[in-house]
Design a protein around this ligand. Structure first.
Ligand SMILES: Cc1ncc(COP(=O)(O)O)c(C=O)c1O
Length: 481
């Protein structure tokens, strides 16, 4: 539901922000102290820059089910769920028991294990895939899938959508949230590095397209004819709040990939085994050539995976018979893929790939916790949370709308529907910040940024959803009051 705000008092929001930040500091003195110490040991005081936020992040000590506890003993209903890792919830009892056995019997062999076969078979069934390979993170999964696509096609460029995040390797760490002044025209967005240290040569291989604009994508592919190895896409963009695909968009992307002989990669790191049993593939009914998984697959243990069509995945065994070796492959691609000494297959490697801890975690999570029956309830709880927040926004005429896709959702603090990154820039960051601290101070923990969203788990309850809505109502009343 789109609501046009009747104008909110900026001074009031600033006042609430100031008060809530002071409360936050008052409740979390131990986190503040740990942060001071952490800053002496780690840049920004955190292990991943995503964990840093002002004034300082909460340091956590315990979590179980849907609850998480910080260093000062404050308990929160966790709606962040580790950036969407925990559709199974924290330390699900079934998983905890299975992992105790695993930890006591070796966690890394670098020899294959039977659980790895069973997990690959389970993923094959869910995603109608021919082959699966494992890695340790979403970053590795997208990096590996892109290399497979390049090896298979013999081409070097990839297309990535503006506002999409696919991990922290150079090829895709571009145009994530580019500044407005440098993002270029929407017909041909500029490739903008999201980090220092990314070589120009890498940027030249990543072409940017706007999400939800199929005809602009068609023009971009035409302009790079026979040079694009892969289109990598999050089927719903979950790194700029929640931005679903417009009806027909994914279908058109699929068609365009086929027309141009491009490998279509779905980045299902956030969507896979969360939106539905068969992830975005099942939810939206469009099938990619390759898909990438991570996060919720491991139930809280690090894991990554990618898989898909036999013909493409077999590039890991041999490139014989692939477009890379056929006469009509991309001209540039053929020359490059046959550089002297180039192996006639794609390397996919990793010491921890398929380790017994991750394999058992994935297998138990998918076959005993995130089973088919779990999804209708997750969807129902999410719809209820969204409807509750939408009612509050309407009641208080706050400029924003509530949205979910499957068990992932958020309040987008902007009156107009966001269809791609360029709309997202208009989000009311100050209002978002006020809501984050207001809710956190009352035991409702959301991800610490407007680009992320809540994720529900099988261990959340209806009462917790009601509590979330009730606190959001108090916030709306204060902001408008
Ligand atoms: C869609 C998507 N792809 C890839 C990644 C990278 O995953 P990881 O952080 O496990 O490397 C993320 C992480 O948030 C993500 O949201």
């Amino acid at each position: 539901m789109t609501v046009t705000g009747r104008g909110i008092d900026r001074a009031r929001i600033a006042e609430i922000n100031e008060r809530e930040e002071a409360d936050y500091r008052g409740r979390t003195a131990k986190s503040a102290k740990l942060f001071e110490r952490a800053r002496e040991a780690m840049p920004l005081g955190v292990a991943s820059s995503f964990q840093a936020y002002d004034p300082y992040p909460l340091f956590m000590t315990d979590a179980r089910g849907s609850r998480i506890t910080d260093a000062d003993g404050n308990e929160y209903i966790d709606f962040d769920m580790a950036f969407g890792v925990l559709a199974a919830g924290h330390s699900h009892p079934i998983l905890a028991e299975a992992l105790q056995h695993r930890v006591a019997n070796g966690t890394c062999y670098t020899f294959p294990v039977e659980d790895g076969i069973a997990l690959a078979e389970e993923i094959k069934a869910r995603f109608a895939a021919d082959y699966v390979r494992f890695s340790n993170s979403g970053t590795e999964a997208t990096m590996d899938a892109i290399r497979v696509a390049r090896g298979y096609t013999g081409r070097e460029k990839i297309v990535k959508f503006e506002g999409g995040y696919h991990g922290h390797h150079d090829d895709v760490l571009v145009s994530i949230q580019p500044p407005r002044e440098v993002m270029g025209p929407i017909e041909s967005p500029t490739t903008v590095p999201a980090s220092a240290g990314i070589p120009r040569s890498r940027i030249a291989e990543t072409v940017i397209a706007p999400f939800n604009e199929p005809e602009l994508l068609a023009g971009i592919l035409e302009a790079n004819d026979r040079e694009i190895a892969a289109i990598i896409i999050e089927p719903a963009q979950f790194n700029i709040g929640v931005v679903p695909p417009k009806p027909g968009f994914l279908e058109r992307v699929r068609e365009l990939a086929d027309e141009h002989g491009i490998v279509l990669i779905f980045d299902e790191v956030k969507t896979g085994v969360v939106l539905a049993w068969g992830g975005a593939y099942e939810y939206f009914g469009v099938k990619p050539d390759l898909f990438c998984l991570a996060k919720s697959v491991g139930g809280g243990i690090p894991i990554g995976a990618f898989g898909g069509r036999a013909e493409v995945m077999r590039s890991i065994e041999s490139l014989e018979g692939t477009p890379a070796f056929s006469a009509d492959a991309g001209v540039a691609g053929i020359e490059r893929s046959t550089l002297p000494g180039t192996a006639a297959r794609v390397a996919h490697l990793g010491t921890f790939n398929g380790n017994p801890l991750s394999m058992t975690a994935g297998l138990v999570t998918l076959t005993q916790i995130l089973v088919k029956d779990a999804y209708p309830r997750l969807q129902a709880m999410a719809d209820r949370l969204t409807a509750g927040c939408a009612d509050v926004l309407a009641e208080y005429a706050l400029p924003g709308y509530a949205i979910n896709v499957g068990p992932k959702g958020c309040v987008m603090f902007t009156p107009e529907r966001v269809t791609n990154y360029r709309d997202f820039i208009g989000l009311d960051a100050e209002l978002w910040t006020a809501s984050f601290f207001y809710l956190a101070n009352r035991g409702i923990l959301l991800p610490p940024g407007p680009d992320d969203q809540w994720t529900l788990s099988v261990q959340h309850t209806d009462a917790e959803i009601e509590r979330h809505v009730a606190v959001f109502r108090e916030f709306a009343a204060e902001v408008t009051g």
